[in-house]
Design a protein around this ligand. Structure first.
Ligand code: FAD
Length: 292
């Protein structure tokens, strides 16, 4: 298949890109790495009248260590850059460990962090990881900039807070919390395929060794990044042992997640994976919280 006809614009700076988005509104689309948009257009699932190619907008491609110990990442940063960055490995090891799960090297060479976050595929790793990391996104339009927490950004299936004249300009990650740990787990049919089920976990212990924070965020089980509040409630304030972790993972599978079936897996198999991967992720995250 070939895409429907479209106009193509290649702005050289952010102002020009935002002008074009404002001008074309609903009929315009940002083109970043093209790894999701172009196949969708070739299948004519998307038929934008205008593409605004942001690949020449240098102001969107940066990776900075911020003074507060976190990271600031421009939306156009390639997935492969994150994978190879020592700063990301040091300051956001969960993000770093996630990158090899995403597709294949060739796709990560072109695919951008902003493209994956904006595309909002419910099976994608990065949206869930951003919620687990308590990230914030800077959304920019001609009207100005606004910051949105990752947890509030995802509002439905392939649906986000982005307005038609906005783009994601920047992703801000906070510093790693003291006595915290992390894990990412997924099962896919082949390495590089989208996950059948996956989960990202960030946990924290207080000075007495009790669980003081937990974000257990699943992907490929719902319309977007899917938290497990019952599992978190069982862990918060508790000393953590195998029994509590097993009960939390069971609660995630039985109470928090209502997986759908598709050609890849039945709802029952997905529910089973929610429990198994939740248990693995919590074990690994709490182990790291004790021994970083
Ligand atoms: C064979 C294959 C396997 C893949 N496997 C996986 C996988 O296992 N896990 C996974 O997560 N992904 C996977 N992907 C998708 C890949 O990660 C894409 O790179 C990513 O989803 C989109 O990033 P992109 O930069 O290519 O965005 P594009 O394809 O250019 O754009 C995607 C969407 O985001 C919008 N957009 C892009 N940038 C911005 C921005 N800054 N602000 C606002 N809107 C923007 C576009 O308008 C479009 O709607 C796979 C892709 C392929 C082709």
């Amino acid at each position: 298949m070939k895409p429907a006809p479209f106009a193509y614009f290649a702005p050289h700076d952010l102002d020009e890109a935002l002008d074009l988005l404002a001008q074309h509104g609903y009929d315009g689309k940002v083109l970043a790495g093209g790894q999701s948009l172009i196949p969708t257009m070739n299948f004519r699932l998307a038929q934008p009248a205008a593409l605004v190619d942001i690949n020449r907008v240098g102001a969107l491609a940066f990776l900075d260590e911020s003074d507060d110990g976190g990271l600031r990442i421009g939306a156009l940063t390639r997935q492969r850059t994150l994978e190879r960055s020592a700063a990301v490995a040091r300051r956001a090891p969960l993000l770093h460990a996630t990158m090899p799960y995403i597709a294949h090297v060739q796709i990560r060479n072109r695919g951008t962090i902003g493209g994956s976050l904006a595309h909002a595929d419910p099976a994608a790793e990065l949206p869930a990881v951003m919620v687990a990391l308590d990230a914030r996104f800077r959304l920019q339009s001609r009207r100005g900039a606004r910051w949105v927490d990752a947890v509030d950004f995802y509002i439905g299936l392939f649906t986000t807070e982005l307005q038609e004249d906005e783009l994601i300009a920047e992703i801000a990650l906070p510093a790693i919390m003291p006595r915290s740990g992390w894990s990412v787990q997924e099962i896919a049919r082949r390495h590089g395929d989208y996950a059948i089920v996956g989960v990202a976990a960030v946990v924290q212990l207080d000075s007495a060794g009790l669980c003081s924070a937990v974000r257990l965020i699943y992907f490929s089980v719902g319309e977007g990044p899917t938290p497990a509040p019952s599992a978190a409630a069982l862990l918060l304030g508790q000393p953590v042992d195998d029994g509590v972790i097993a009960a939390a993972a069971r609660a995630a599978a039985k109470q928090d997640i209502e997986p759908l079936g598709d050609i890849h897996a039945t709802p029952g198999y997905r529910r089973h994976l929610v429990e198994v991967l939740g248990r693995r992720a919590l074990h690994e995250a709490f182990r790291r919280a004790v021994k970083p």
